[in-house]
Structure formats: C-alpha cells, structure tokens
Write a protein that binds this ligand. Structure first.
Ligand SMILES: C[S@@+](CC[C@H](N)C(=O)[O-])C[C@H]1O[C@@H](n2cnc3c(N)ncnc32)[C@H](O)[C@@H]1O
Length: 267
C-alpha cells in the first residue's frame, strides 16, 4: 500500500484546493502539487480533486481513473452474460427472488459491488486504501444521481477486511442488523502478470500501483469462511490456482467468466 498524494486540477481553483487539503487531512495522506502537468508529482499515482469527480492519476497522464457506474451494462445480453457467473456464484438463481446480503471485502473500484447491487443485493464494500476509498465513495455518491436505487444498496467501509470480517463474525459493525452476511466476496489482486496472457487494463494497473499486490490475500479466505452465513465467492483469473491453494479447503463449485472464474465455497 503506497502513500498517494492529494492534488487538485485546475490548479487555480481555490475551492478545489481547499477540498484537496481537507481530504488530505481526513485521509491522512500527503498534499501534492496542484494542477497539471502531473509529471511534476514524483509519486506514481495521485488522488486528484477535479470539478467533476475524484480520480486516480498516473504521473504524467492527465486522464485519470474513476469508477463510472453509469457505463456498466447490466441490461443487454452481453452485459448480463458478464454479470451472470458472479451472480450464480453468489447463489442467485433466475426466477428466484432471493438476494443475498453481501460483504465485498476487497472492493477496489467497486465494479463487482455495483454488479451485485444492480442485481438487488445489499452490499457492504470494504476497502483498505484511503485513496481508493475516497474515489469509490465519490463514485457511489455520483451514481446516486442516475441510479439512486442501486447506489443506496452500497455502503462503503474504510477498513482492513481482516479486522472488519473478524468484527462482523462477532455480529459487530454495519452487518449487526443482518446477523451474518449471506455472502462474502473476495477479489484480491492477482500477482502481477502471473496467469495472464493479455495486458492489464488501465484501471487495474492504476489500482495495483496504488494498493500494491495484496500479498497477504491468503488470510482472507479463512476469515471470510468464518464470517459468511452461506457462501464465500472468490474471483480468480481463469487459469490461476485457487486462493490459498496450499492450505485452503477445496471450493464447492466454480463458474467460468470470460477471463476469470468465480470459486464458490458453500459453508
Ligand atoms: C483487484 S482489486 C478489487 C477489484 C474490485 N473487485 C472491482 O470490481 O473493482 C483488490 C482491492 O482489494 C483491496 N484489498 C486487498 N486486501 C484488502 C484487505 N485486507 N482489506 C481491504 N481491502 C483490501 C485492495 O486495496 C484493492 O483495492
């Protein structure tokens, strides 16, 4: 996990500068240089406050990354077929109104959380990197203007999932009203380039440079298994070994997606 400086753009907008300074103090991240060019910022990634949104920018690249939930297709045939393996792994069946309450313990930029919420699930989305949390919260707030119902089903929590899941297993925290969450979803970073034939998409590259490689991910599986009421769902690259392969239990069933699969552990 890296320190990500907070900047604003355009640099001459004093209200953006003030927002950036406030955010830096709330998130306990360093203040960076304001405005473009971002090559002036020595860090690989900056959190940038713009007039429209919060975004993560690579040094020297003025085009930032932020979730754009309104662009996620969940209505056309191809859009739904991308969503289907995740929903099946979470125990959602066509024609059955059951919708699990989900803890997405590695929320990142929130695409999976959005897909689950769009299907009708209540989702608690946990993320540990403060800059990623800020970008995700901002995106969910923006999304409420075009899809209030889905956005309202997502609660973003800034925490380390190892700590949060242990608290949830004791019935504490935002899941208290649920009893146990039905499903815990895990999607830690996969080691760079391993098991992947194509280049990493820019959002994932930026996320990796921000959050790191999640080398401690194996411990999340036992924590998730101890917390979930019904299932743990783990997203993996298509040909990757299961999470915690050496020590972990075998998954109950896998659902293949385009370049990834979802391993479901029924508890
Ligand atoms: C591959 S990304 C998740 C992508 C996400 N599923 C999506 O659809 O955008 C992994 C994220 O999990 C977060 N993460 C990894 N381990 C974590 C932990 N123990 N607690 C909270 N967040 C964690 C990382 O900071 C990173 O943002």
């Amino acid at each position: 996990m890296r320190d990500v400086p907070i900047t604003s753009d355009p640099a001459d907008d004093v209200s953006l500068r003030a927002r950036a300074a406030k955010l830096a103090s709330v998130l306990q991240l360093p203040a960076g240089h304001h405005g473009a060019p971002h090559a002036a910022v020595s860090a690989a990634v900056s959190l940038v406050v713009t007039r429209d949104r919060l975004e993560l920018r690579l040094a020297g690249d003025p085009r930032g990354v932020a979730p754009q939930f309104e662009r996620i297709d969940v209505t056309s045939g191809p859009g739904r077929s991308l969503q289907t393996p995740l929903l099946k792994a979470a125990g959602i069946r066509k024609g059955n109104p059951y919708r699990p309450r989900v803890v997405d313990a590695t929320a990142g930029l929130g695409e999976d959380a959005w897909l689950l919420a769009a299907a009708g699930c209540e989702v608690i989305a946990i993320e540990r990197h403060p800059a990623v949390v800020a970008v995700l919260m901002d995106a969910v707030t923006r999304a409420a203007t075009h899809n209030a119902g889905v956005a309202a089903r997502i609660t973003v929590v800034h925490a380390d999932a190892r700590v949060a899941l242990a608290a949830f297993a004791r019935g504490e925290g935002p899941v208290a009203a649920w009893g146990k969450p039905d499903v815990v979803h895990l999607d830690p970073m996969f080691p760079d380039h391993a098991g992947r034939k194509t280049a990493e998409r820019k959002p994932m590259r930026v996320l990796r440079l921000t959050a790191g490689n999640d080398d401690d991910a194996d411990v999340l599986l036992p924590a998730a298994l101890a917390t979930a009421g019904r299932r743990v769902v783990v997203k993996r690259p298509a040909h990757a070994p299961p999470l915690g392969a050496a020590a972990g239990p075998a998954c109950t069933v896998s659902y293949a997606g385009k370049a990834m699969r979802y391993d479901a552990y029924v508890v």
